[in-house]
Write a protein that binds this ligand. Structure first.
Ligand SMILES: Cc1cc2nc3c(=O)[nH]c(=O)nc-3n(C[C@H](O)[C@H](O)[C@H](O)COP(=O)(O)OP(=O)(O)OC[C@H]3O[C@@H](n4cnc5c(N)ncnc54)[C@H](O)[C@@H]3O)c2cc1C
Ligand SMILES: Cc1ncc(C[n+]2csc(CCOP(=O)(O)OP(=O)(O)O)c2C)c(N)n1
Ligand SMILES: [Mg+2]
Length: 588
């Protein structure tokens, strides 16, 4: 439904220092320190676009598909810790954004998504481009709002940003009907603070519980520290390093936590879980005291819960979200609180006490771990001169960039796992990928979102020829906004992760996992105004990467033709325990 001329002029003729809803929205975002918005216009958001046109502090990036707008803002949020903001129109704009919102929700990423809605009198009338945004997004947001009155707009936005970034972060959708964006009111200013009776996330952990946890940790014979995305979300890497240094205990990260603890340190056992290392998974199964911090015992981490429960261990679980605790695995000492606060208090208590870990037991535990580690479960055919091994591409990238200011984004599939296994992340927020939803198509949008905010950094997108085609249109956005990224496509001509499962679980019946009729990616990259490179021989991997890096101001698409039959190992098969790992094709 269109807004009538009479309504429009009534709104516009109002005298005094009044602002339209769209202008209030812009002021709110400015007050929140928003620098970038990724979005796509349409009828329901044209007043908002008009208000954006009249200001200079917020840069809007016009993507080519709304899904990518949300992913780009999400990538920006993951790399910077700021709230990522996306703007979409009603109906198809919002439905296109759904995958992006769900992706951010599953990984607890702070975001505000502004969507246009049909004018309030038209809601429920099957109006043009109407959809029930609040209903559609309810299960995939931390919270959502439909703003029915322009007078509520500023306070709603204040709440939205507050909810998105506090407690367990997450995406918040604010649905703004078109009449709300054009109506004018006397603007009282942006609220300084906000009170929400029903929303008060706990920050400080219970000191008694923390003390109990410390006692248990110090009495442990086979201690283990299992950390996840919560360490990064809570900016607690320094505290984690201090604690691990003081205790000397082994530590592992989930896929989402990589970089929370330096991967090149000996105390790090690598990622755990379905594609984790032997040492990380065996330590998980055999420890007697587990300190879980900012990790949520995902099914890809614990494997079959019955197998996990076979070994007795005491579990301490620190998480800001009480609903994460004892969700899948029953824990002994729950501590609800912010990781940074809780670890700080734990470290302070540790400094106060003279009690120290049992050195003899710890040595014996480390010996056992080194035995597992010596099996070198990530070994692969490094010397192959015939075909490019995908692991080799990642190892080469890591060797070349380990001292550089680099961000690595990934898509979803085998290439994602090889990136996680072979790139040794030493710093937080450098590894940007979709873990919980596992969304193919995030790689390029994540990279361009980060590059915009970090123009001096190198941004690499590790992808597969399947995933990359899900948002390849964003190469056009990269050109328009001068966000030169390097796309490393590990092109195995297969939906490799699917092919791997079909090989292992479905007796080699490769049902629809072969990527036929692939485009010429070099020409495609060139058509988008970028540089394309085809790399077919192992000896060309390093020179190609070197050349691509030299082209600092260009987006380069590197099409690596990799071994089509390579599989990701170790692998825990469906239904198996985390120590029942396949280490190579010979185990099949
Ligand atoms: C193809 C594929 C394969 C995968 N294989 C593996 C694998 O082998 N191993 C693996 O680990 N994962 C794997 N995953 C990822 C997996 O699906 C999960 O996304 C991941 O294990 C979850 O990581 P996390 O436990 O760190 O949780 P996150 O989703 O990062 O959750 C963070 C937790 O921290 C809490 N938190 C947030 N902020 C704070 C704070 N400030 N203070 C305290 N707590 C906080 C949250 O409440 C939440 O419970 C795979 C994904 C894909 C797509
Ligand atoms: C949007 C979406 N659809 C389907 C899947 C299921 N899936 C997971 S990995 C994968 C194959 C990915 O292929 P490719 O990008 O070529 O990566 P590879 O595994 O070959 O490295 C598929 C189809 C998914 N994760 N996301
Ligand atoms: Mg592939």
């Amino acid at each position: 439904m269109e807004i009538s001329k009479a309504e429009l002029s009534a709104a516009q003729n109002t005298a005094g220092p009044e602002l339209m809803g769209a202008e209030i929205l812009v002021k709110a975002m400015q007050a929140e320190g928003v620098k970038y918005i990724w979005g796509y216009p349409g009828g329901a958001v044209l007043y908002i676009y008009d208000a954006l046109y009249k200001q200079e502090t917020i840069q809007h990036v016009l993507v080519r598909h709304e899904q990518a707008a949300v992913h780009a803002a999400d990538g920006y949020a993951r790399a910077t810790g700021e709230v990522g903001v996306a703007l979409v129109t009603s109906g198809p704009g919002l439905t296109n954004a759904v995958t992006g919102i769900a992706t951010a929700y599953m990984d607890s990423i702070p975001m505000v998504i502004i969507s246009g809605q049909v004018p309030t009198p038209a809601i429920g009338l099957d109006a043009f481009q109407e959809c029930d945004t609040v209903g559609i997004t309810r299960p995939i947001v931390k919270h959502n709002f439909l703003v029915k009155d322009v007078r509520d707009l500023a306070s709603t936005l204040k709440k939205a940003f507050h909810i998105a970034r506090t407690g367990r972060p997450g995406p918040v959708v604010v649905d703004i009907p078109k009449d709300v964006s054009f109506k004018k009111i006397a603007y009282p200013g942006y609220p300084q603070s906000i009170e929400m009776r029903s929303y008060n996330p706990v920050k400080k952990g219970h000191s008694g519980q923390i003390r109990k946890a410390l006692q248990l940790l110090l009495a442990a014979k086979r201690p283990y520290i299992y950390t996840g995305g919560g360490i990064l979300l809570g900016n607690a890497t320094q505290e984690l390093r201090t604690l691990v240094d003081m205790l000397g205990y082994p530590v592992t990260n989930t896929l989402m936590g990589l970089g929370a603890y330096p991967a090149s340190d000996r105390k790090f056992l690598g990622m755990l879980g379905m594609h984790g290392t032997i040492e990380a998974n065996n330590a998980m199964q055999n420890c007697d005291v587990l300190l879980a911090v900012g990790a949520r015992f995902d099914d890809r981490v614990i494997g079959n819960p019955k197998h996990f429960a076979q070994n007795d261990r005491k579990i301490i679980h620190v998480d800001i979200d009480p609903s994460s605790i004892s969700k899948r695995v029953k824990v002994d000492i729950p501590i609800v609180g912010d990781v940074k606060d809780v670890l700080t208090e734990l470290i302070a208590m540790l400094r106060e006490t003279t009690q120290r870990p049992d050195a003899g037991a710890l040595n014996a535990w480390w010996e056992q771990i080194e035995g597992w580690r010596s099996r070198d479960c990530l070994k692969y055919d490094r010397g192959n001169t015939e075909v490019i091994k995908p692991q080799y591409v990642i190892e080469t990238l890591w060797n070349m960039t380990k001292d550089a200011d680099a961000y690595i984004t990934s898509d979803v599939g085998q290439h994602q796992m090889w990136a996680a296994q072979f790139y040794k992340f030493d710093e937080p927020r450098r590894w940007i990928n979709s873990g919980g939803l596992g969304t193919m198509g995030v790689g390029i949008p994540y990279a361009m979102g980060i590059k915009l905010a970090k123009p001096q950094s190198e941004v690499f997108c590790v992808t597969g020829e399947g995933s990359v085609q899900m948002n390849i249109q964003e190469l056009s956005t990269c050109l328009q906004y001068n966000t030169p990224i390097k796309v490393l496509s590990l092109n195995n001509r297969y939906l490799g992760m699917v092919r791997q499962w079909q090989e292992i679980e479905y007796s080699g019946r490769y049902s629809h996992s072969y990527m036929d009729a692939l485009p010429n990616f070099v020409k495609l990259a060139e058509a988008y105004g970028h540089v394309g490179m085809l790399i077919e021989r192992p000896q060309d991997v390093e020179p190609a990467l070197r050349e691509a890096r030299k082209l600092k101001d260009r987006t380069v698409f590197l099409d690596f033709r990799t071994d089509p039959t390579e599989n990701v190992f170790p692998m825990v098969r469906a239904g198996k325990g985390i120590t029942e790992m396949l280490l190579g094709s010979e185990d099949l």
